[in-house]
Design a binder for this molecule. Structure first.
Ligand SMILES: [Fe+2]
Ligand SMILES: [Fe+2]
Length: 279
């Protein structure tokens, strides 16, 4: 385990983020996420020393679900409890990965943000707050899975989310472009349709959980966009051109319309930035 000094005062928070990444069991990972947020919100917590740990290359995860190659998932028929459970399971997997993506952002890139002359402590705090929200989202979906007599791990899940993270582990701007500004923004595009389909079959409780997630995710995209722009400014790069370059280099596939322009605008995403990256 390596130890290094870093931006003053953030060492305990970064260590708490590494604890989240090191926990494989879902209950332990979410507990560690809430503990990190509690530590951050505890004004009395003293920044004890500067020695801190590095994030693992790959976060710990449970034995199940089995991970399979992305793509090929059939459209789920939500009229049956089984179909709804499959949809909820896919969402649970996204939220579980989102916990790790947020805490990895905090732990991996604090130094890089400081090196750009930006406020690394604010960056770490933003992503710990978001990581705790992801743990809350995961819990909401676990409850809905249980209502369908299912649990996270019951079905196979795809591994594409962490592949995107590994490809961008060396550059905070690339990670911000791919994770919050492409993947989480895509969530804003597709979630209203899922809510509608769940309402149509009378699963109002699952729809209500997705509405909470949708609201919070607008904030996650906004946060990613804000830091991306700050880094572009520090590097004297034009954001739309930089975003395009990152997407071409690190994102396999095209950005898929139709876009939810209203939600993207709420997150501050400039229309030209993503529309110029469609092809
Ligand atoms: Fe989420
Ligand atoms: Fe999120």
């Amino acid at each position: 385990m390596s130890e290094r000094a870093g931006p003053a005062g953030v060492a305990p928070l970064i260590n708490a983020a590494v604890d989240v990444l090191s926990a494989g069991d879902p209950a332990q990972k979410t507990a560690a996420a809430f503990a990190a947020a509690d530590l951050m919100n505890d004004a009395a917590a003293s920044p004890a020393g500067t020695a801190r740990r590095s994030p693992p290359d790959r976060p710990a995860r449970p034995d199940r679900p089995a991970l399979v190659a992305p793509g090929g998932a059939p459209r789920r028929r939500l009229g049956s409890a089984k179909g709804r459970a499959a949809l909820l399971h896919a969402v649970a997997h996204i939220e579980f990965n989102a916990i790790d993506l947020a805490f990895d952002m905090a732990a991996r890139f604090a130094d890089a943000v400081a090196a750009e002359g930006l406020d690394a402590a604010a960056f770490v705090r933003d992503w710990i707050r978001i990581g705790a929200e992801e743990a809350y989202h995961f819990g909401l979906i676990q409850t809905r899975l249980a209502a369908h007599e299912a649990a996270y791990g019951d079905l196979p899940a795809h591994d594409g989310l962490w592949e995107a993270a590994e490809a961008t582990a060396h550059d905070v701007a690339a990670r911000l472009a791919i994770a919050p500004m492409i993947l989480e923004a895509r969530g804003l595009d597709v979630t209203p349709g899922m809510i509608e389909r769940l309402e149509a079959v009378g699963d109002h409780d699952s729809a209500a959980a997705l509405k909470i997630i949708y609201r919070d995710e607008i904030g996650h995209v906004a946060c990613g966009r804000r830091w991306f722009h700050a880094i572009c400014k520090a590097r004297s790069e034009e954001p739309a051109a930089a975003f395009r370059a990152m997407k071409d280099r690190y994102f396999a596939g095209a950005l898929k319309p139709p876009f939810n322009h209203a939600a993207r605008a709420q997150a501050g995403l400039e229309r030209n930035l993503y529309e110029e990256s469609v092809s």
